[in-house]
Design a binder for this molecule. Structure first.
Ligand code: GTP
Length: 603
């Protein structure tokens, strides 16, 4: 028995230590069945004792109710349900009507109050007595009255009222929208009037953050990926983030995940049919051969998931920002460049070398892309630097390693001749060149900005002297010339080179975030909208598919078909966790909690 529990726990990736012979911490054997304590309650394992005794050769999917789970369900049906949640609603709460101001508070032209739930009609008839309910989804002008005032006290002389009957509304329930005049007093009066309409039979209460959307999810109006995209829409700050979130909201991401999950489920079904068929006989043909259909399906699915993950990583760059480090020698003009890019004196600029000691971080919108910009300490020979400066240089190098894009600032300096003339030259300290080569070696996007071109006293249209470009080519032969820009930070003018540098940067960002499946012909064009959570689950799903392929190939050709089928189940479970629906979807409530932290009241 203990051996059986250990195998199960291993299969499920948990520890089996502790517990009696019949149970470990989260596994229990009762009758001929094995129960597993999952996040949401006891679930029957697909393996039966018979299965185990027969060398794990039979597997069946059964969804029976464990006595403990049954108890829980009875509690849910009963009256005393405190503490038991279903998608965030306590039992008895499903019938609650919620209301909230859906627009930002404060003085505005219009304020929208949203009401959702069975008491919508009561709210309407109390605020607009003797006025017909507007036709569904049609805006109608109404005077709103105080519900309990004997003197027909007007709350708002002209509100637009919309009624969305269930189930064709945002939440799937009856929804009432009151578009009020946006004064604070009117908003307060209407909200407090609605609160007075609560009765024990039709309770009404203020909505919590994201509660309307939560109800939309509970009523199958929105999928989990769509809700995540909504969260992104609310926090989008740049044009590219806006496009990304809009794409994810409207894309068929959920449909795609569900399609893949169904593919895996039917593959598993096929595998189980093979297992059942050969239940009482030895395999005549090699299992891998018998399962060839399933194997080729998994082999077909895996690259699609991998492509999707790659695109999701690119999407994450848009969502979380592209990190860009500015590096160079002391006094090269790094801080001056940062200030020009952000358009203000964000970093200290001084003649004194070594002014920037630590990394200065800023986020900025460059060409619609969110960029996390870092000005770093100047790099020079370590033996010339003191303790603090050395630490600053260490941090600068670390930041280059952690960045997606690097701008290496080289500067033009002048040396005075004996006759009093000054000759400009390109300063290329070896410490800076070393960082440049390392960044290139790590396949980072690297640009070179040659600063202080004003010292060359060239006519504005003149390009960089060929000798400088050759000097760079000597040290970094593969460096593309188009990524070398001459700039001047202290003499702003149309020809200061800053704009072309930003244009090249924007092109680099566009390349970095272009999807592998960006063409219309590709079925994966929307993968870029996938969130970090979805990407992690997709990666987990791929690892289960790999495990499946290993199991089916077997050690020394002996396939472990039953365990292989389990790997497929776990893979399908990862996709279920993404959509929040289906077997193995896990604790959706926890995920929703994290997502709704970003939501405001009224959404
Ligand atoms: N002529 C000229 N001087 C510049 C230009 N850009 C910066 N400088 C000057 O160069 C000096 C150093 O500029 P910073 O921006 O502080 O250089 P830094 O690379 O951040 O310096 P550290 O913080 O020491 O690493 C200042 O005196 C700037 O005014 C430029 O385009 N032309």
């Amino acid at each position: 028995m203990r051996q059986l529990l250990t195998i199960i726990s291993k299969t499920l990736g948990r520890s089996s230590s502790g517990g009696s012979a019949n149970s470990c911490s989260n596994t229990h054997i009762g009758g001929s069945r094995i129960w597993w304590w999952a996040q949401r309650g006891w679930q029957i394992l697909d393996l039966t004792i018979k299965t185990y005794r027969r060398g794990l050769s039979t597997s069946r999917s059964r969804h029976l109710i464990h006595p403990k789970q049954q108890l829980l369900q009875e509690q849910v049906k009963g009256e005393d349900t405190r503490g038991i949640h279903t998608h965030g609603f306590e039992k008895g709460e499903i019938g609650n009507t919620i209301y909230a101001l859906a627009t930002a508070s404060g003085r505005a032209a219009i304020a929208v109050v949203r009401v959702s739930g069975p008491a919508c009609l009561n709210v309407y008839s109390s605020l607009c007595p003797s006025h017909q309910l507007p036709a569904p989804r049609k805006a109608s002008l109404r005077t709103l009255y105080h519900p309990n005032s004997l003197k027909e006290e007007v709350l708002d002389p002209g509100a637009l009222v919309l009624f969305f009957p269930a189930p064709n509304s945002h939440t799937g329930e009856d929804v009432l929208e009151l578009h009020l005049h946006g004064g604070r007093a009117i908003i307060c009066a209407v909200l407090s009037s609605i609160s007075t309409l609560s009765t024990p039979r039709l309770p009404i209460r203020p909505a919590g953050p994201g509660e309307f959307t939560r109800r939309a999810f509970a009523n199958n109006r929105l999928s989990l990926p769509q809700i995540e995209a909504l969260g992104d829409i609310l926090s989008a700050e740049t044009e590219q983030q806006r496009k990304l979130s809009v794409q994810a909201t409207t894309s068929g991401l959920s449909r795609k995940y569900e399609q893949w999950r169904q593919m895996l489920l039917s593959a598993r079904g096929e595998l189980e049919a093979i297992i059942d068929f050969s239940e009482d006989q030895q395999f005549d043909t090699a299992p891998a051969e018998m399962c060839s259909n399933v194997v080729s399906l998994v082999q077909e699915l895996k690259p699609m998931l991998q492509l999707h993950v790659g695109d999701a990583v690119r999407g994450e760059l848009l969502r979380s920002g592209i990190s860009l480090a500015i590096v160079g020698a002391p006094n090269a003009g790094k801080s001056s460049l940062l200030n020009r890019v952000v358009g203000r004196e964000a970093a200290i600029v001084s003649k004194e070398a070594g002014t920037t000691r630590d990394v200065v971080d800023l986020s900025v919108d460059i060409g619609g892309y969110m960029v996390l910009l870092a000005d770093t300490a100047g790099l020079r020979k370590a033996k010339l630097a003191g303790g603090i400066e050395k630490e600053g240089m260490r941090r600068a190098k670390k930041r280059v390693q952690d960045s997606h894009v690097v701008i290496v600032v080289l500067s033009i300096e002048t040396k005075n001749g004996s006759n009093g003339s000054s000759t400009p030259y390109l300063s290329m300290p070896s410490e800076v060149l070393e960082v440049l080569r390392e960044a290139q070696g790590q396949h980072k996007q690297v640009l070179i900005a040659i600063n202080k071109t004003d010292l060359l006293r060239l006519p504005p249209s003149q390009t960089l002297p060929e000798c400088f470009l050759n000097q760079i080519a000597l040290h970094a032969p593969t460096f593309p010339r188009t990524y070398i820009h001459g700039i001047t930070c202290t003499h702003p003018s149309p020809s200061d080179g800053i704009r072309p540098l930003l244009t090249t940067l924007t092109q680099v960002f566009a390349q970095m975030t272009a999807t592998a499946a960006g063409s219309d012909a590709s079925p994966l064009g929307d993968a870029i909208g996938a969130t970090d959570r979805q990407r992690r689950l997709l990666e987990e799903c791929i690892s289960y598919l790999d495990a499946f392929l290993d199991r089916i190939a077997g050690e020394k050709g002996e396939a472990d078909v039953v365990i292989a089928a389990e790997e497929l189940r776990f893979a399908a479970g990862c996709l279920a966790q993404i959509t929040g629906k289906g077997e193995g979807s896990g604790d959706v409530e926890e995920v929703l909690g994290v997502i709704f932290e970003r939501f405001c009241v009224g959404k």
